[in-house]
Design a protein around this ligand. Structure first.
Ligand code: TRP
Ligand code: ZN
Length: 466
C-alpha cells in the first residue's frame, strides 16, 4: 500500500483515531499522542533535511551496481531509536524506485513526496524504543544539482560512480536521516563487476571474488554524518599501509596515479603536524580516493578517506585532511555555520605551507589583505553570515574565513589559539558545535573580549577595515 501526500499538520486520520479512542472503539494507533515525526529539522538552508522523532544508530547498506546500464540494486537496513511516540516517520530519499519497506520485520506503508520517504508502520513506535527499517530499492541513481550549480550525489563516471553528499546528495543513493547532527556507524557491502573496485569509508573488512563480481565490505565504526559517506566505484589501484597507529587505504585511478603520488605521500607528515596542533587524529583509518571525474570540480572530506575528482595538489590534500578534525569529527550544528569547516580547513592549508618552509600564515593573511575591496568574491558574503545556500562554498567562506582564524591567532597569541583549537576538537569530538560555541571558547581560553574581532571578520559585509 502506498499512502498519498502527507500533510505537515496533524493528519485527520490521527485526530479521528483520538476521538475513536475516547469513544471506546478500537484505535488504529496505540494512543492519541502517537504522531508523525517532523519532515525536516528546520535548517535555514535545507528545511526538509533530516527528520524528527528518531535518531539513527547504524546503517547497513548492501549495494549491487552495474556501471553498464547504471543500475543499482540495493537494500538499506537502518537501526534507529524513537525519540517520540511515532505513528509515522520520514527518511530523506532522492533515489530510484522503492520496492519494499519493512519496519521490525513487517511490511510498512510508504509514500514519496519531494525528498521525503514517508513510512507508516502497522503499529506505533513508542518513544525510547529501538526499531529496524529495511528499505529495498533499485533503478538508476541520479546526481543532483545544488543551489550553487555544483553536482553531487551518485555522479556517474566513465568507469563507475563518484559518490559525494555535501550538503544533500546522500539520499540519491540511500534513505537516511540526512542531517549532520544525526551521526551513525556504517557497514557497506558493495558488489561490482570483478574488473572494478568499490571504495567506502572506514576499514576494509573483506574483498572477495564471487563469479563475475567482487564483493567489497567496509565498516566505519566512528559516528559519521550522512553527507560524509561514499561508495565510489571504478578502476582503482589500492595501496594499504600503516603509520602512526593508523590503517591507510589509498585508492587511485590509474590515470591520476603519477600526478597524485607526490602530494599523497605527504599524508603521514601532514597528519603528524595537525595532531601536534589540533590534537589526536579522530579516526583509526585514513587514506584517499583519487578518481577521474573532472566534471565534478571539487574534492570532499569523506570521513577517513577524502575523495578527489582528479590528482590533488598538496594544499588540497592538507585541506581535506584537516576537515577530519573540522567538519567530520566536529561537525556543524546547522549548514549556515559552514565557516567552522571551510575557514578552518583553509587556514590548515596555510599552516601546512608554513611548516614546509613556504609562506607563513601571517604572510598569507597579509597577501590576502592586499586584495582590493572591489574584488568582492573574497569579501562577500562574510563567512559567519552566509545568506543563502548558493553561497555555502563561496570563496569568501574559505579565504576570509581563514583570515578570521589568523586574525584570532594574531590577537590572542599561539598559546591561547592552539589551546582553543585543541579544546574545540576534544570537547566536541564526534559531535556538533556552533560558531557561538567557538567564539565563546576562544574568549574563555584567551580571557579577552573578542566580540569586535569576530564581528569584523565574520559578520560585517565588505572588506574589513583593519
Ligand atoms: N567541502 C568541500 C571542500 O572544501 C567542497 C564542496 C563540497 C563543494 N560540496 C561542494 C564545493 C559543492 C562546491 C560545491 O573540500
Ligand atoms: Zn573544505
Amino acid at each position: 500500500m502506498v499512502t498519498g501526500r502527507r500533510a505537515r499538520a496533524w493528519p485527520a486520520a490521527l485526530l479521528a483515531a483520538a476521538s475513536l479512542t475516547a469513544a471506546g472503539a478500537a484505535p488504529a494507533l496505540a494512543s492519541a499522542q502517537f504522531a508523525p515525526g517532523a519532515d525536516g529539522l528546520g535548517d535555514p538552508f535545507f528545511p526538509h533535511a533530516g527528520n524528527g522523532g528518531y535518531e539513527v544508530a547504524h546503517y547497513d547498506l548492501r549495494l549491487d551496481y552495474r556501471p553498464d546500464g547504471a543500475r543499482l540494486e540495493a537494500r538499506a537496513r537502518i537501526d534507529a531509536n524513537a525519540t517520540q511516540d511515532l505513528s509515522a516517520f520520514d527518511l530523506d530519499y532522492r533515489g530510484p524506485r522503492i520496492r519494499s519497506v519493512r519496519v521490525d520485520g513487517r511490511r510498512a506503508a510508504y509514500g514519496r513526496t519531494g525528498q521525503e520517504l514517508v513510512i507508516t508502520p502497522d503499529a506505533g513506535l513508542p518513544a525510547g524504543s529501538r526499531f529496524e527499517v529495511v528499505v529495498r530499492y533499485s533503478g538508476r541513481p541520479r546526481q543532483i544539482v545544488d543551489p550553487d550549480g555544483g553536482i553531487e550525489g551518485w555522479v556517474r563516471t566513465d568507469d563507475g560512480a563518484f559518490v559525494v553528499g555535501e550538503p544533500q546528495g546522500s539520499p540519491t543513493w540511500f534513505p537516511c536521516n540526512d542531517y549532520p547532527t544525526d551521526k551513525a556507524t556504517y557497514a557497506f557491502r558493495i558488489t561490482v563487476p570483478r574488473r572494478l573496485e568499490a571504495i567506502a569509508n572506514g576499514s576494509l573488512i573483506e574483498r572477495r571474488r564471487r563469479g563475475r563480481t567482487s564483493v567489497w565490505r567496509w565498516r566505519e565504526r566512528s559516528p559519521m554524518a550522512s553527507y560524509l559517506a561514499t561508495a565510489t566505484i571504478g578502476q582503482f589501484r589500492l595501496e594499504r599501509s600503516r603509520f602512526g597507529g593508523l590503517e591507510s587505504v589509498v585508492a587511485v585511478d590509474p590515470r591520476e596515479r603519477k600526478a597524485s603520488r607526490g602530494p599523497l605521500s605527504k599524508i603521514p607528515a601532514m597528519t603528524r603536524l595537525f595532531e601536534s596542533l589540533f590534537g589526536p587524529y579522530p579516526f583509526d583509518e585514513t587514506g584517499a580516493i583519487v578518481d577521474h571525474a573532472p566534471k565534478v570540480g571539487y574534492a570532499l572530506e569523506t570521513q577517513t578517506r577524502p575523495i578527489y575528482d582528479r590528482a590533488p595538489g598538496q594544499p588540497t590534500v592538507a585541506h581535506e585532511l584537516a576537515h577530519q578534525w573540522f567538519g567530520d569529527s566536529v561537525s556543524v550544528a546547522s549548514w549556515p555555520e559552514i565557516w567552522l569547516n571551510e575557514g578552518f580547513a583553509t587556514w590548515a592549508e596555510w599552516r601546512w605551507a608554513e611548516h614546509r618552509g613556504g609562506r607563513s600564515t601571517a604572510r598569507a593573511f597579509r597577501h590576502m589583505l592586499a586584495v582590493p575591496a572591489d574584488q568582492d568574491r573574497y569579501w562577500d558574503p562574510p563567512p559567519g553570515a552566509v545568506p543563502d545556500p548558493s553561497k555555502l562554498f563561496a570563496d569568501s567562506v574559505y579565504v576570509r574565513g581563514a583570515m578570521a582564524l589568523e586574525a584570532l591567532r594574531q590577537r590572542i597569541g599561539d598559546d591561547a589559539f592552539y589551546a582553543t583549537m585543541r579544546d574545540w576538537t576534544q570537547g566536541h569530538a564526534y559531535g556538533n558545535a556552533s560558531i557561538e560555541q567557538f567564539t565563546a571558547l576562544a574568549e574563555a581560553r584567551s580571557g579577552q573580549d573578542l566580540d569586535s574581532l569576530f564581528a569584523t571578520w565574520l559578520d560585517q559585509p565588505g572588506k574589513p577595515a583593519v
